[in-house]
Ligand binder design. Structure first.
Ligand SMILES: Nc1ncnc2c1ncn2[C@@H]1O[C@H](COP(=O)(O)OP(=O)(O)OP(=O)(O)O)[C@@H](O)[C@H]1O
Ligand SMILES: [Mg+2]
Length: 262
């Protein structure tokens, strides 16, 4: 059996009195397409925040490629090959589309700003390579014709795609997508489905997808984990999982936020 590339065991984290994650475990193998679903407030984004070093879990361990990442800074984790997108889009709105992707490449490779300022002879060649590589990524996400547009002027759906292109520019082995279809129309969501499958097939990247749009989840994911109140309540093949009574109940039972107010 193939070994997991991303592995988390018994993660817990509290915010005040709230157990946002309660002994949460996860294993992702290279190239897998896995869904992380659950009602609002279940703890899904918190999983991403813990895995990428935004928050430190109060207990449990997590490794990437057998390396402990628990005490690592976010940029070190990105360099290892774990990239993410954000539920609330984070782009450089006043930079162009291509600049947003070039900076993400740059972040990884360290060519760029210092050399650029000093105009070393190698700078122009590297700049051209970087531009071409970034254009290749934009093509995958259907954004190449907007390369010179300010990112803030793209539609919401296009901005979400640009976020994924930026994540891919860091050459990840695993990419964490936090509600990439939020705000997309059905047509854009269908395109997104193909794009996610394409990046897996083309780059062998594994994807962990947080998403409320069940068409996308069922269209993309080979396996699901369902979170509720910070705990995994079901996991396995998508069709089976979404029909489990506890999962149906979690979704129908209202959000956790409402539960807490009861
Ligand atoms: N920094 C924080 N401080 C305090 N509480 C937090 C913090 N981050 C998350 N929480 C709480 O932890 C719980 C889990 O939040 P999280 O954002 O992980 O949920 P989610 O599953 O991503 O929900 P949604 O589908 O609405 O995005 C929620 O009750 C949330 O209010
Ligand atoms: Mg969330």
């Amino acid at each position: 059996m193939t070994k997991a590339i991303l592995s988390a065991k018994d993660l817990s984290i509290n915010f005040g009195g709230l157990k946002a994650l309660d002994s949460f475990s996860l294993e992702i193998k290279p190239g897998e397409l896995v869904g992380l679903i659950g009602p609002n407030g279940a703890g899904k984004t918190t999983v991403f925040n813990v895995l990428t070093g935004v928050y430190e879990a109060s207990s449990g361990s997590y490794t990437f490629n057998d390396q402990m990442i628990k005490n690592m800074a976010t940029h070190e984790i990105v360099r290892l090959g774990l990239a993410r997108t954000f539920q609330n889009i984070r782009l450089f709105k006043y930079l162009t589309v291509i600049e947003n992707v070039m900076i993400a490449h740059d972040y990884l490779q360290n060519y760029g700003f210092v050399k650029g300022a000093l105009r070393f002879p190698t700078f122009w060649k590297e700049e051209k390579d970087l531009f071409n590589k970034s254009m290749d990524l934009l093509k995958i996400f259907g954004l190449e014709k907007y390369y010179n547009t300010q990112a803030g002027n793209l539609s919401y759906g296009q901005q979400r795609k640009l976020e994924i292109a930026r994540a891919m520019a860091t050459n990840p082995k695993v990419v964490l997508l936090d509600e990439p279809a939020a705000g997309m129309n059905p047509n854009e969501t269908n395109e997104l489905m193909d794009m996610i499958k394409f990046i897996r097939d083309e780059f062998g990247v594994a994807v962990l997808l947080i998403e409320h749009d069940m068409n996308l989840v069922l269209g993309v994911c080979e396996r699901l984990l369902v979170l509720n109140h910070g705990k995994t309540i079901a996991q396995g093949k998508p069709q089976g999982v979404i029909n489990e009574p506890e999962v149906v109940e979690a979704y129908l039972g209202g959000t956790n936020e409402e539960d807490q107010n009861e």
